[in-house]
Write a protein that binds this ligand. Structure first.
Ligand code: PHB
Length: 175
């Protein structure tokens, strides 16, 4: 059965490669290839995942995401708000084709409040095919096509106003 649920992530204008370069301080965040959770942890005391939604949806319920992923009868969706010291810093939406959940990746169904990055970056076989950047109004966003043991998943992240990406002077851990 398809889950008709509104995404926590509203329409994003994805940037094409022809668009002018990103501001340097923004590029440093959006093009981060390591764990965003670990990067954020350097700027706060405590990260918490507020799990908004997890479940399967059918192919037709995807947005333009369907053009970026192989066709599958079902996809696992995970939507979270990442909060740092009780402030929302990031919206995350992960779309995982059913076939990606085979073998050890079955564990992705049981992440709950564990940050996705803890699973991804503990894998010995994680590759990032690309990062595409975008805008949601005044906010910056990015999406990454990742491969776990050559099985794809798409991660979209929107950086909320309180995120350190917007605060170029607040770049060190608070005392
Ligand atoms: C998640 O737990 O789903 C998650 C965590 C951190 C991100 C994106 C997604 O940057």
């Amino acid at each position: 059965m398809s889950t008709k649920k509104k995404s926590i992530i509203k329409c994003i204008d994805w940037r094409s490669i022809e668009e002018p370069d990103l501001p340097l301080e923004v590029a440093g965040w959006l093009m981060e290839t390591g764990s965003m959770t670990e990067r954020f942890e350097r700027h706060c005391h405590k990260i918490i995942i507020d799990l908004k939604h997890e479940g399967f949806i059918e192919h037709q319920a995807l947005s333009d995401e369907k053009e970026l992923l192989p066709e599958s009868p079902r996809y696992w969706i995970r939507e979270v708000v990442m909060c740092a010291d009780d402030e929302p810093w990031l919206l995350g939406r992960t779309v995982i084709p059913q076939d990606t959940l085979s073998g050890p990746e079955h564990a992705l169904l049981n992440l709950g409040k564990t940050p996705l990055g803890r699973y991804l970056f503990s894998s010995k076989d994680l590759k990032r095919d690309y990062i595409q950047t975008g805008r949601q109004g005044d906010l910056w966003a990015r999406r990454s096509l990742l491969q776990l043991s050559n099985k794809p998943l798409l991660l979209t992240e929107v950086f909320l106003p309180a995120s350190p990406l917007y605060c170029h002077s607040r770049n060190t851990k608070l005392a």
